[in-house]
Design a protein. Sequence first.
Length: 455
Amino acid sequence: MSSRTSEPAVGLLRRTWRRTGARVLTLQAVALVLAFAVAGALASLSIRQISERAYRADVLGEIASLNDEALHKGVGHLPYTVTKRLRLWHGFEYGISGAGGAYLAGDASLARLGRPGWTRRAAAKGLVLAYTEPLTGGGWLTVGRDLSAEQRQMRELSVLLALCGAAGVLICLATAYLTTRWTWRRLDELSATAALVAAGRLDVRAPVKSATAPDEMDDLSLALNLMLDRISRLVDQLRRVTTDVAHDMRRPMTRLRQKLERLARTAEATPAVAAEVRRLDAEFMEILHTFDALLQLAEIEGSAAPETLIDLTEVAERVAEALRPDIEDSGRALDAHMEKARVRGDTDLVAQALANLLENALRHTPAGTRIELAVEENGGAPKLVVRDNGPGIAADQRDLALAPLGRLEASRSTPGSGLGLAIASSVATWHGARLELTDAGPGLEVSIAFPATRR
């Protein structure tokens, strides 16, 4: 349960880390922490040095006071003076030893040092900074300054610096987040626009907050919009030229076919001529079908996105029943597996796309092939699948098969315009779906994956 719960959090962290702003914020936080760490180390070092100089001066002053005491009252009076001062403890520790190293007064560990100079030493009440010097007539006098106050100050300073560092990091992150959130939102808008354009929506434009005083994000949006305007004009021109050519060519081709029909009627007495006329008429029909397909493709790509909720299962059943006789008469078999599914779309266009997929399987597979048609509910994102166990299409030729007028070498001798899969792909894109060719092992699987239906 806990691992399953943590997966969304891990995914969110990964998506966040992919943002440049998030990485910049992290680097800023690390830099700030390092800056506070260096500042804390330097401050601690400076405070320790200042404190040590002050403590050394205090210790030397206490040594001078005791030496003055010994000068006026004798060295033998020092143990009494040290004992009295220890009772009135004011931050110093003492140690006195005699000529033979015998303990006389104060802290025993300090009394037994027996070497002149400065040292840090653990005494009865804690760590001390001690100075030792010889006494007149033999023996040693040691005075130490208690360092517990310094240690306490350093701990308090460390805690203070840690709190300041944490507060600084939080303030830095909050400020950076507030200043970059706007940029992230603008980038998300640009990404959403680019995704719509990739899906075939050339009518969308990137939002511009201010055209009179644009910032760098507005400059990027304006440049993207200019590019989209240019692409839209070119695509519209190409679509218009394609449509005009198809319309203009269709008229004389129709007249030619009518003449061929009249010629066929007059040539019925001559079987060879009649057969040739019928062959020419079939070729003209293929050309006319190609022009019709080009016109349909241009119409699909130029229309608005669908909003009507349709029954995908009902459409698939209707197309399957319409084409089943032709498929079975050709020596092939059609199996249909339907799950209930609904999508937003156009009934006629979905039916046309599915019919193209089934006709493609009928046209490019040998007799005896089993063709499967399936509608999968797929967790609310329906999927339309046409699968066969025929020869299939090699992976490196699938892009060509989806291109308008694209025909593979093996299918050049078969009837068809080369637009069936292209039209199906355009219908899928128009619905926000994705058409994909995959290996059915053996054969070919063509699937149209629709987006999840909005309720």
